[in-house]
Design a binder for this molecule. Sequence first.
Ligand code: MG
Ligand code: ZN
Length: 598
Amino acid sequence: MPFNMKASLYILFTCFIFTVNAQINSKIIHSHNDYNQKVPFWNAYANGANSIEVDIILKDNNLYVAHDSHKINLKKTIESLYLIPLERALYMNFKSSEAILYLLIDIKSEGIITLNKLIEVLKKYPKIINSKSIKLVISGNRPEIKNYSNYPKYIYFDHQEIQNSISKSSLKKVAMISTGFKQFSNWNGKGRLTHIDKQKVEKIIKLAKKLKKPFRFWATPDSKTAWKAFSELGVDIINTDKPAKCFNYLNELPQKIAEIKSFSKVYTPTFKINSSKKTVKNIILLIGDGNGLSQISSTALVNNGELTLTQLKEIGLIKTQSADDFTTDSAAAGTALATGKKTNNRAIGVNPKGKPIKNIIEILFEQGFNTGIITTDEITGATPAAFYAHQKDRSQKNKIATDLINSNLNLFVGGGSVTFENLAIETKFQLIKSTNDLKKANHKVGFFISKKKPTPVQNGRDNILAEVTKESLAFFKQKQKPFFLLVEAAQIDSFGHYNDTNGVITEGIDFDKAITEAIKFADKDGETLVIITADHETGGFSIPQGNIKNHLIEGSFTTNDHTATMVPIFAYGPQSHLFTGVYENTEVFFKILKSISK
Ligand code: MG
Ligand code: ZN
């Protein structure tokens, strides 16, 4: 199995306590009654199961694979289903890994005669019996424990008499320790083990572990929750009828778990101007790209259960479908928010026929507003572009860049300077080098924070989104004119696409820090409306398990693409009540215009 760096950080979930478990990736997946699989042996072998169980019956001097003698199929012998394929797999060197493969042979007929026949058959398979990475483990009807050491060196045993003592020489022949789960618990694999059952289970595992052999329960519940629970309890061999699913789940679990160490300091708004009928002077629109309800929930739950965002009282839901698709992309969704018109996926500020549509920034410029855009994407990314550009396809980066240069924006901050290398952006914008330069910037200013896409928070991007938001608000405040500022937390979407829980949540925390700056500004200013929403949800994200106290979330994704679910919208400040309810994303544009109309 590949060693995964994150494995060492993998955090163990128990009822209330989390401890570090570096073992998760060394779990042995046991394909229970493997001969019942559609494709016996190969399915388990190819999909990461390192323990394969086969029941055998001796009949007419043949070793048939079956649970009982009525069900014998003459074609299905231990040779045809297991020994021939395994010998072939070894010959072809399909697995170069050093990991041990356990072939658990569960003898259903008389023990000693069947085992002797098995040994005779095995002599035909030298690659198997001479392999250092194969352990042939006899289970079911076994010889007496004291006789274990009389069998050939390639024969091992499944030890089930945990309570009894065992001699050193017999213990040497033991490959694994097994016991039935049902005698300790009737848990169905959903939710948690009861405290009483958990104690019983922990006690038997502790006892079995004294023998220092891999430990297995049989007759276990067979679900993600169960696989994870048994791993965390220290069960080494995970029993399953779904070896491929079980392997993938446990193997990917470290990436699914986020342990958050950096938090958003929650600001409690004054609510003095909230929802008042006063006309709005300034607008701050914050878009979390891909920031659906589970993204917000997980970010809040790891942040001691609260965000500045979750303090807000005016909340709605928006529908995100595009003109030509059930599931939108950021271009069509950005265009809907910026222009109040549905368009096709990939289209930037143009209608489905490709005709430019005036956006909110152009409209507000005509009404005397200063305008700005901040993003943690490249500045030519689809979301920011929908607020200043008019192009048929989001991939037309150079044309979008030219639209930025010719736009009436007063400020932009984002990544992607490389796109502008041969474009004369300095003729239109004063380019600054740091957030501090914003204080003394003139009326048209640009700040590239990276050559390409900005570094993710988890890879060391500092607090720049919140800092730039704060300084940009000060920049606009100085000018004394009304302003419209768009702030995009772009990479919540990126990590939704990558199915990276830690990435989603760290970008979400970063977003909340920027939201905090906007809400604080609105409280001081008294004439600013703050709107926070998403363009769509990304990843079909859900959060099956977690721990608030330890800031841990297990995330699960149903897709690496966007989904069509509604996304939350929050508003704060005068006219914030306009944003409650359930409506189309295009309505946001009209509600903004309504909020500033006198
Ligand atoms: Mg975006
Ligand atoms: Zn996306």
